[in-house]
Design a protein around this ligand. Structure first.
Ligand SMILES: *[C@@H]1O[C@H](CO)[C@@H](O)[C@H](O)[C@H]1NC(C)=O
Ligand SMILES: *[C@@H]1O[C@H](CO)[C@@H](O)[C@H](O)[C@H]1NC(C)=O
Ligand SMILES: *[C@@H]1O[C@H](CO)[C@@H](O)[C@H](O)[C@H]1NC(C)=O
Ligand SMILES: *[C@@H]1O[C@H](CO)[C@@H](O)[C@H](O)[C@H]1NC(C)=O
Ligand SMILES: *[C@@H]1O[C@H](CO)[C@@H](O)[C@H](O)[C@H]1NC(C)=O
Ligand SMILES: *[C@@H]1O[C@H](CO)[C@@H](O)[C@H](O)[C@H]1NC(C)=O
Length: 633
């Protein structure tokens, strides 16, 4: 009699607790949304923000990023949105899970509310290039590691409490009106310090003398290494007002802030950049075609042609040649941000060059410049909209934005931290290499198969990927496999015939130059054989001929030396050979010569899943759930 009551009680309690949790989490996200709406309704902005309580905040609001669980807002990126006026207290300051706030390059003014700098979780604050004034508000969150207040009108002393920010790595306060003495910032993690062009005085503390001259210059009354020695004069009490450097400084500020001057500087800067970029381009091109300068050159040229450099000229001009973002993209930056970002060549693919662009400490994207696009703008846009929707799958690299002009086509993708399967399998063979274990290889195969199966089932019977290969399977931090370059093959008016691709082409593709879903299956089969053998279907060193992986594997298997085909790195693992043999059979089924005899991708997914019927690694809620939010906004 007692037990059922107890059970019921327990059940009720659990239920109440669950409800309570649910209520709590939604309440938190609701209060975040509420605070953000207050911000967007009180702070005017030149560009529209799509923030609206009728659409989901974590997946659809521009510039907003949530935690993995989708329960709190953790980052706001709104650079160059044309925000102006003051930030009211009790708006952004209410987001008490916020880690990153970037409002750089706007026209914000007035004092910065102290509830923002004291958000306990705040790690990075980017407010450079605004017109904030007054003191740095106190207290400062002890978590702060990046503080960029440069190019504003802040004044007063640099507060002593900065000394207590032990996590601080980067402090940029240049071009403000700070005065008084420098606090002694003996912070072990501090790598970037810039307090140039203020009105600071006194001597530079010993612990800060390791920073270069340019960290300090433009403060007429600051002295000591690395600047010139302090004379006895500077240590005398306050200099007469005539000597205060405020006049030239202020005129500098005013020129900077007048719209005409901004445009002037921007245009001048652009031409300078252009010149510099061309110079760099030609210098580097001689040495190495894959130069960092190349993106800048071409992209700057594009920007110039499109006259997208003029921020002040209003919304329309700015809207016209912007990057086109997809619904649900959490990013918010523009072409200029992209051009300003530091870029690094990741590699040359079949269709163009890929660059890694670091927009700020927290935002990294991959920009693909694609060549020889065979379709006009309208068609390109329609195709990209289609591909953008189709690509919303946890095993496809998300496409965030694209840019199309006559001279330049850019695709912006999310950056995948672990690089490609190809580099994990073949890169850095030698000492210090951690081989990819069998479990990871099975997991990545399955995820890649799911991504391709999704493309085939949702894209329509005619839609293919057309370029499945190990360098197009990219991996997240958690080694989740994602298919990249979706939808590029149909845009191109040529068939890449570089030997890097040929090894993956089905025999009929080489004959007919046409891709089908069955030819994708063939390429995937080659990929499976590559994963199993550790051999790449590429020309091996010293010979031009491409390794025909399927033929080689078939010949070895025919001789019944099956064990010989497997990657030596896998042979060290125990109890996996049976699974490897089964995987080999799946791979061989995919590379059957007759297209109709090949399984469909759906079937391939099932076969790989059947390798391990009770695979618990399938329930990885953290990353998959997070991504599926994006799929169903
Ligand atoms: C939010 O969206 C709804 C419908 O989509 C619209 O009626 C409403 O005006 C929007 N609100 C704001 C503040 O934009
Ligand atoms: C900074 O830290 C010291 C101890 O390390 C403490 O005494 C002081 O009150 C702190 N200052 C502020 C403003 O928090
Ligand atoms: C620095 O300037 C402040 C006023 O801004 C003054 O009170 C102080 O004495 C000056 N210190 C030195 C060392 O010149
Ligand atoms: C900086 O701090 C370290 C310990 O935190 C100390 O050993 C060192 O002497 C300090 N340097 C200066 C110049 O104060
Ligand atoms: C500090 O900022 C100024 C102005 O932006 C720049 O010219 C200088 O190179 C910077 N110095 C350092 C060390 O970052
Ligand atoms: C910037 O702020 C200062 C005072 O805070 C003001 O005098 C100046 O006009 C502002 N500049 C612009 C361009 O709004």
């Amino acid at each position: 009699m007692e037990n059922p009551t107890k059970l019921r009680l327990l059940a009720t309690t659990t239920f109440v607790l669950l409800l309570h949790n649910l209520y709590l989490t939604t309440a938190d996200l609701n209060s975040d949304a509420h605070a953000l709406l207050k911000f967007s309704s009180t702070v005017p902005h030149l560009r529209k923000l799509n923030w609206n309580s009728t659409i989901p905040i974590c997946t659809s609001w521009v510039g907003i990023k949530c935690n993995d669980e989708g329960t709190r807002v953790i980052a706001i990126h709104l650079p160059g949105v044309g925000l102006y006026g003051q930030i009211p207290p009790d708006s952004i300051g209410k987001l008490d899970a916020l880690r990153i706030l970037s409002l750089r390059s706007n026209l914000l003014s007035g004092t910065l509310p102290s509830d923002i700098t004291s958000i306990p979780s705040l790690q990075s604050l980017y407010l450079q290039h605004n017109n904030f004034s007054g003191d740095i508000p106190l207290p400062l969150s002890p978590q702060i590691s990046v503080l960029d207040l440069s190019f504003n009108s802040f004044s007063g002393n640099i507060p002593q409490t900065i000394k207590n920010l032990t996590r601080l790595t980067s402090l940029n306060l240049q071009f403000n009106s700070f005065s008084g003495a420098l606090p002694d910032l003996n912070l072990t993690r501090l790598r970037v310090l810039n307090i140039s062009h203020n009105m600071l005085n006194g001597s530079i503390p010993i612990s800060m003398q390791k920073f270069p001259v340019s960290s300090f210059e433009g403060n007429s009354f600051l002295c000591g290494p690395p600047l010139s020695q302090c004379s006895s004069l500077t240590s005398s009490p306050s200099p007469s007002p005539n000597y205060l450097p405020s006049m030239p400084f202020h005129s500098k500020r005013h020129t900077k802030l007048s719209t005409g001057a901004i445009v002037g500087i921007a245009v001048g800067g652009f031409f300078l950049l252009l010149l510099l970029a061309f110079f760099l381009f030609f210098c580097l091109k001689k040495k190495n075609e894959d130069s960092v300068g190349a993106l800048k050159v071409q992209a700057v040229t594009a920007g110039k042609n499109e006259k997208s450099d003029d921020f002040g000229s209003g919304v329309q001009a700015a809207e016209k040649n912007k990057l086109v973002f997809f619904d649900g993209s959490a990013y918010n930056f523009d072409l200029e941000d992209l051009l300003r970002a530091s870029a690094e060549v990741l590699g040359k693919g079949s269709y163009g060059t890929a660059y890694k662009a670091i927009l700020d400490e927290e935002t990294t994207v991959v920009v693909k410049r694609i060549r020889e696009v065979g379709v006009p703008k309208k068609e390109f846009e329609q195709h990209m909209e289609f591909v953008g929707r189709l690509g919303r799958h946890p095993n496809i690299v998300p496409l965030c934005a694209y840019y199309y002009s006559k001279d330049e086509k850019l695709l912006v993708y999310e950056y995948m931290h672990t690089g490609s399967l190809s580099s994990l399998l073949h890169g850095n063979r030698g000492i210090g290499r951690t081989p990819l274990d069998w479990d990871s290889r099975v997991k990545i195969s399955l995820e890649a198969a799911k991504g391709i199966a999704h493309i085939h089932s949702e894209g329509g019977a005619k839609f293919t990927h057309g370029n499945i290969k190990s360098s197009n399977i990219l991996l997240t931090r958690d080694l989740d496999g994602c298919v990249s370059d979706l939808g590029l093959a149909p845009l191109m008016n040529f068939l890449p015939t570089k030997s890097r691709c040929i090894g993956y082409y089905a025999p009929e593709v080489i004959e007919t130059r046409k891709f089908t879903q069955k030819s994708d299956v063939y390429s995937f089969g080659v990929l499976l054989l590559e994963i199993l053998t550790g051999k790449a279907p590429l020309p091996s060193s010293g010979q031009d001929e491409v390794v025909d992986l399927p033929r080689w594997v078939r010949s070895v298997v025919r001789e019944e030396w099956t064990a010989e085909v497997f990657d030596v790195e896998l042979m060290k693992q125990q109890h996996v050979e049976e699974e490897m043999v089964q995987m080999l059979q799946i791979g061989l089924a995919c590379v059957t010569r007759v297209p109709d005899m090949r399984p469909s991708m759906e079937e391939v997914v099932k076969m790989i899943m059947d390798l391990r019927p009770s695979d618990s690694s399938e329930n990885r809620p953290s990353s998959e759930d997070n991504r599926s939010n994006v799929v169903t906004p």
